[in-house]
Design a protein around this ligand. Structure first.
Ligand SMILES: Cc1cc2nc3c(=O)[nH]c(=O)nc-3n(C[C@H](O)[C@H](O)[C@H](O)COP(=O)(O)OP(=O)(O)OC[C@H]3O[C@@H](n4cnc5c(N)ncnc54)[C@H](O)[C@@H]3O)c2cc1C
Length: 292
C-alpha cells in the first residue's frame, strides 16, 4: 500500500479504500508489472506499474528504471539497461506512474515505448532528487516551471496534499513545441480539479490555488513562447495579474533541458532567489529533465 509520508492520516484511509490493491509482483529482483499504458503522441507516453511494498519516496524524486538489454553477442549475457525517471505519481498512490519520451534510436525508450500491461520493467527502489519540498524554505507562492517531460516530478507534487497545505498559490507553467504534447499536463490539472478525495481532505475550492499556464513554441496555441522569454518581457506576470517574483514569498522548482535550466537559474537569481538543496533549503531548486 502506498501509505508513506501522507500529509494526513484521513487521506491514507480514503486512498486505501478507493484504490484496488496492486497486482502480484513478479519474482525477478526489482521487477515490477506494468498495469496501464497511454500513448499521447509519437514521442510521448505514460505508464503505470505496481509499486514495491518497501518503496518510500518524497514527491518530486526520481528512480532508475529500465529493461534487460540485448544479449551480449560474445557471451550471450544480458545486463539491465537503466535510466533515471521521475516518479509522476503521488506518494499515497498504490501504484507508480511514469511519463516518458520515446527516442526512436534511444537504447531504452526505443524498446520501452512498446511495453504493454502485464509486461515487467526493472525498478531500483532508491529514490533521490532535489525537486522536493524539503529543499525549499517556507513561502507563499510556489512556481513549477516545466518543459517537455520535465512536468513528471510536478505531476507527483501537484497531487500531494502538502503542496496545497504549504502554499497559498501554485503556478504550473508547461512549455512544449506542439499542442498535443501539452495533453498529459492538461489532463492532470483537470483530474486534480475534479478530485473528490483531495477536495474532501483539503476543502472545497482547494484547486483554486492552482494556476495552469501552458505555452507552445512551434505550433500555434492560445499562449505561445518560451517561458524564459515570457518571464523576461513580463508577459507572464501581465497574463497572471502578478507584480513579479519576490524572493521573500516566491519559491520555484525548475525541470527542463540543460539550456532551460541554465536560463531559468539566471532569471530566478535576478529576482534574488537562491538555489536550495536537501541539506540547505533556499528559494529555488532545479533538476535536469534529461541529459543531452
Ligand atoms: C534526473 C533525471 C530524471 C529523468 N526523468 C525522466 C522522465 O521522467 N521521463 C523521461 O522520459 N525521461 C526522463 N529522464 C531522461 C531518461 O533518463 C532517458 O534519457 C530517456 O528515457 C531516454 O532514454 P534512452 O536510453 O532511450 O535514450 P538516451 O540515450 O538516454 O537519450 C538519447 C537522447 O535523447 C534525448 N532525450 C532523452 N530523454 C529525453 C527527454 N525526457 N526529453 C527530451 N529529450 C530527451 C537527449 O538528447 C538524449 O541525449 C530523466 C533524466 C534525468 C537525469
Amino acid at each position: 500500500m502506498g501509505t508513506a509520508r501522507c500529509a494526513c492520516k484521513d487521506m491514507t484511509i480514503h486512498m486505501n479504500i478507493a484504490r484496488q490493491p496492486s497486482k502480484a509482483v513478479p519474482a525477478l529482483p526489482d521487477a515490477q508489472t506494468v498495469t496501464d499504458v497511454q500513448h499521447y503522441t509519437d514521442s510521448l507516453f505514460r505508464f503505470r506499474t505496481t509499486r514495491p511494498r518497501s518503496l518510500r519516496f518524497r514527491a518530486g524524486e526520481f528512480v532508475m528504471i529500465g529493461l534487460m538489454g540485448d544479449p551480449d553477442p560474445a557471451t550471450g549475457k544480458q545486463k539491465p539497461l537503466l535510466r533515471a525517471y521521475s516518479i509522476a505519481s503521488p506518494t499515497w498512490d498504490d501504484e507508480l506512474e511514469f511519463y516518458s519520451i520515446k527516442v526512436q534510436n534511444g537504447p531504452l525508450t526505443s524498446k520501452l515505448q512498446h511495453i504493454k500491461p502485464g509486461n515487467s520493467i526493472i525498478l531500483r527502489p532508491k529514490p533521490v532528487g532535489t525537486l522536493v519540498h524539503d529543499a525549499l524554505l517556507p513561502g507563499k507562492r510556489l512556481w513549477f516551471f516545466a518543459s517537455g517531460t520535465g512536468i513528471a516530478p510536478f505531476a507527483s507534487l501537484l497531487r500531494e496534499p502538502q503542496t496545497y497545505d504549504d502554499y497559498e498559490q501554485i503556478i504550473l507553467t508547461h512549455t512544449c513545441r506542439r499542442v498535443a504534447e501539452l495533453k498529459y499536463g492538461a489532463d492532470l490539472v483537470e483530474s486534480i480539479r475534479g478530485d473528490d478525495l483531495l477536495q474532501e481532505l483539503l476543502g472545497e475550492g482547494f484547486s483554486e490555488k492552482l494556476t495552469y499556464y501552458p505555452t507552445t513554441t512551434r505550433e500555434s496555441s492560445p499562449k505561445m513562447g518560451r517561458i524564459t522569454s515570457l518571464l523576461r518581457n513580463g508577459s507572464l506576470f501581465e497574463d497572471l495579474g502578478i507584480d513579479g517574483i519576490d524572493a521573500a514569498t516566491d519559491r520555484a522548482m525548475v525541470c527542463g533541458s540543460m539550456s532551460l535550466n541554465t536560463e531559468m537559474k539566471e532569471i530566478l537569481e535576478g529576482f534574488g532567489l537562491r538555489e536550495g538543496a536537501n541539506a540547505a533549503p533556499a528559494e529555488y531548486v532545479v533538476e535536469k529533465a534529461f541529459v543531452g
